[in-house]
Design a protein around this ligand. Structure first.
Ligand SMILES: Nc1ncnc2c1ncn2[C@@H]1O[C@H](COP(=O)(O)OP(=O)(O)OP(=O)(O)O)[C@@H](O)[C@H]1O
Ligand SMILES: [Mg+2]
Length: 207
């Protein structure tokens, strides 16, 4: 399966999502992460440690593409319309990450407006979102108001959105420094953080 992560804004969780989704897909076959961002954040993440899948830039991807069963592409912030057009039809799924902030969601709406022109399969993903809280006296978890409001906005705009949310955890933020995915990062929240990506992965691909 070929998946592309894209968005008009910077700092919305594209690279972090791409890395963890590639780790999920690797469980089902050789996965290649193509780092199509000149900032090379994914390549640097890989260089710092030991990721369970191959990461390369566009120029170095030819041979690896032939071998890969799954491809996950990470893209740059502020792509031109031509960049979006180029990837729109090449992938099975385009994921548009966004934190639940008004300006980020507004940029997501713009991305969607471009993608609909090309008839692609796209879906929004809430990232860097405050984790749900336990209801006082109970074990049931309630989503933050930010998450609820973002979901309402996406629904009103008729944008398909993943049920899974990628919550904000320091362990996720720190894992690139160790060059690992969050499940390999030593932290008491690493398991619960990795579950976010596993849930997302299961929505996308089950062997
Ligand atoms: N779920 C999360 N929890 C906590 N921090 C996160 C999470 N996802 C991403 N971050 C942090 O948010 C920042 C932006 O994330 P990331 O680099 O993945 O975004 P990006 O969209 O690829 O940015 P750019 O456009 O600059 O390439 C980083 O510092 C990253 O560690
Ligand atoms: Mg990035």
């Amino acid at each position: 399966m070929d998946i592309c992560i894209l968005g008009l804004k910077g700092g919305i969780g594209k690279t972090t999502t791409a890395i963890h989704l590639a780790a999920y897909m690797q469980q089902f076959g050789d996965t290649l992460l193509i780092d199509a961002d000149k900032n090379a954040s994914a390549l640097r993440w890989a260089d710092r440690g030991n990721l369970p899948f191959k990461v390369c830039n566009v120029e170095g991807s030819v041979k690896h593409i032939r071998k890969a069963k799954h491809i996950v592409a990470d893209t740059k912030a502020r792509p031109e319309r031509e960049d979006i057009k180029a990837v729109a039809k090449e992938y099975d799924l385009l994921i548009m990450p966004s934190p639940p902030r008004v300006l980020d969601l507004d940029a997501l709406l713009k991305t969607r407006d471009i993608l609909v022109e090309y008839g692609t399969n796209y879906k929004a993903l809430l990232t860097i979102t405050p984790p749900p809280r336990k209801r006082p006296g109970g074990s049931e978890k309630i989503p933050s108001s930010k998450e609820q409001e973002a979901r309402e906005l996406l629904e009103a705009e008729e944008i398909p959105v993943f049920v899974s949310t990628i919550y904000q955890y320091t362990a996720i933020e720190k894992s690139p420094l160790a060059g690992v995915t969050v499940d390999q990062y030593e932290d008491s929240y690493s398991t619960v953080a990795w579950e976010c990506y596993q849930n997302l992965g299961r929505e996308i691909y089950v062997q």
